[in-house]
Design a protein around this ligand. Sequence first.
Ligand code: ATR
Length: 273
Amino acid sequence: MAIFTVFGNPVAHSLSPQIHQAFAQQIGVELNYTRSLTSASGFSRAVAKFFRSGGAGANVTVPFKQQAFELVTYVTTRAQLAGAVNTLVPLGYGQLLGDNTDGIGLVRDLQKNLQQTLANRDVVVLGAGGAARGVIAPLIEHGVASLTIANRSRERAANLVEQMADLKLRAFTFKQLTIPSGAIVINATSASLTGHEIPIENNELANAGCVYDMVYGAQPTAFMQQAQQAGVATVYDGLGMLVEQAGAAFQMWHEGAKLDTQKVIQKLRETIS
Ligand code: ATR
């Protein structure tokens, strides 16, 4: 039976095994998908051991995505632009291809599941860390009208904009931020993980057409609640992105697999609530 795993720390909470088992069932294959807890110093050894013992593919989650990027032999264009790898594909002879499916996961969730058009839309990404960087290029690729990065420290946002070198990109602090009317505002900071609000005034946030938090949970996240209090009617969490990025990774390992991701999202929603 083909063996897959997800490397992370912590990783015990990861829903990836459940998601990948559900996909496997949909296309009628059997697989074994485990969780691999590893340390920063043990990461590359753990990956090498896993693939030496016949691993068919692996995901990489926090905090090893950048380390995985450094480790692989080849990267896809989207992983190159993200500077991070969340999917490992063995090529034989100890060589690995690194991909990043986070951005396409977000785009598919927004467009396919939530019917939010990206073409000609103003988009605001909050945060300038790894999570933000992973989604910028795919958002631009899908024809957004403008993409504003807002971050606590301006320098980090400015650096990110400089690296991405796209005319549609702008960098601001939260204080300087003006949200275009009807924009999609995506929270890619880690503030929701710690239950912190983002320092954006209610009357500014109220301009958002919808708000998307890349974090998910049984209850609305801190940022979703903040947006609702500001009067934003449409707020989403990142459960759909989680399933869609997993679907795109699954398709790297099972080429051409047709997946019903919405069914899996629905099932997980029931499980976590
Ligand atoms: P990740 O890989 O999850 O993106 P990261 O690279 O450490 O993690 O980035 C965390 C992001 O969340 C950064 O944009 C950080 O802002 P700074 O660059 O100013 O540090 C942002 N962040 C973390 N806690 C925050 C908070 N309480 N309020 C606003 N932004 C926060």
